[in-house]
Design a binder for this molecule. Structure first.
Ligand SMILES: CC(C)(COP(=O)(O)OP(=O)(O)OC[C@H]1O[C@@H](n2cnc3c(N)ncnc32)[C@H](O)[C@@H]1OP(=O)(O)O)[C@@H](O)C(=O)NCCC(=O)NCCS
Length: 330
């Protein structure tokens, strides 16, 4: 007997977006208590005015739950409608069980499939790519994708190379079936030859042995070169893959890594002035997998992003890894 295979929806779409913003505001003046720096230098090099760090009672789990509930409400679906939960994070500091399994239970899904992915700042787009495939294959009808980070807990706050950049937060999207194309092909990849460019500086056993924490390190200039060259081109390939010209876009929301990287991408993509560009890094800092959905949520709330708008997103970061797609704003 032939095996019965699954078939899914014709297309997938983002049905709702939500976010959770940590309560602690750390402005550039406060940053000068941790490192030798200045408000002027940080703003000029990154665009960041202030960032959010999790308060003591806020965790990557609590932020994930809040963002997920907001996304479900925006989509108008119940937790029990969710068949799979994907959490992208590099700062859930217990390796197993997955954060996704805990979130799936606490949200009240009906035993949804659940797993975490580690794709750093590309994590939201990696999650969306998987959700798109799951919905179209029939493996799931509705998928919840969450990007959540508490990077402040794995950042050396005395490190001049990283302390001012990294931040916390969570963003989420509900992905469900669609009769019309609402998500372009993912353009993604990795370059593990540059694994050393952003990484954790110690394994757990090394941390125990040395008595020193395992924390993020970054070679900023190497990241900058890669992002403004290869990734800017990947953004253009993502637009091409969706069959769109720059003037057909309404929004461009790249990973909120650094405003100078965003500026360089804009020049490369030759986007017209009519395209609205995500720049939420100004108030939220670089919160890795959470940065794109947080930006989308803020832009929907402010009216900059409207339902039906066409939006190019691209994430990139430690691995090195990257992923981008064009989506329709719910
Ligand atoms: C991190 C980054 C802002 C640092 O800027 P940079 O120009 O490369 O910094 P450099 O280390 O070359 O230092 C340049 C100068 O700034 C100074 N500087 C370095 N860190 C500083 C800080 N935190 N505050 C103030 N000054 C600083 C240096 O001392 C140096 O001064 P000098 O010219 O008098 O010697 C930049 O490399 C960058 O944006 N990289 C991309 C990072 C990124 O997007 N990561 C996210 C990926 S997900």
């Amino acid at each position: 007997m032939p095996i019965k295979a699954s078939t899914g929806a014709a297309y997938a779409r983002v049905e709702g977006i939500g976010a959770a913003i940590p309560s602690r505001v750390v402005d550039n003046h406060e940053m000068t208590q941790f490192i030798e720096t200045s408000d002027e230098w940080i703003q000029q090099r990154t665009g960041i005015v202030e960032r959010r760090w999790a308060a003591e009672d806020e965790t990557v789990e609590s932020l994930s739950l809040e963002a997920a509930r907001n996304a479900l409400a925006h989509a108008g679906v119940e937790a029990s409608d969710i068949d799979a939960v994907i959490v992208s994070t590099v700062s859930h500091l217990i390796q197993t069980p997955s954060l996704a399994a805990i979130v799936a239970a606490k949200l009240g899904t009906d035993g949804a499939a659940a797993f975490d992915i580690a794709a750093a700042c590309a994590g939201f787009s990696y999650g969306l790519a998987q959700a798109d495939s799951l919905v179209r294959s029939g493996a799931a009808r509705r998928v919840l994708v969450i990007g959540a980070e508490t990077l402040s807990r794995i950042t050396d706050t005395s490190d001049r190379a990283t302390a001012f950049l990294f931040a916390d937060g969570a963003g989420a999207a509900v992905v469900g079936p669609s009769d019309v194309p609402s998500m372009g092909p993912v353009v993604w990849g990795s370059d593990g030859d540059q694994a050393h460019v952003i990484n954790m500086n110690r394994t757990w056993p090394e941390a125990v042995e040395s008595g020193l924490p395992s924390q993020l390190t970054m070679q900023g200039q190497a990241v900058f070169r890669w992002a403004t060259g290869f990734i800017a081109d990947a953004a253009r390939r993502t637009l091409d893959a969706a069959g769109l010209a720059p003037e057909e876009l309404d929004l461009f929301v790249p990973h909120q890594a650094n405003n100078r990287i965003t500026d360089s991408m804009l020049r490369h993509l030759k986007l017209p002035d009519t395209v609205t560009v995500g720049r939420t890094i100004r108030h939220f800092g670089n919160n890795s997998a959470a940065s794109i959905p947080i930006a989308l949520d803020a832009m929907i709330a402010s009216g900059e992003a409207k339902s039906g708008d066409t939006c190019l997103i691209i994430g990139f970061g430690a691995g090195l890894v990257y992923a981008g797609q064009v989506i329709t704003i719910p």
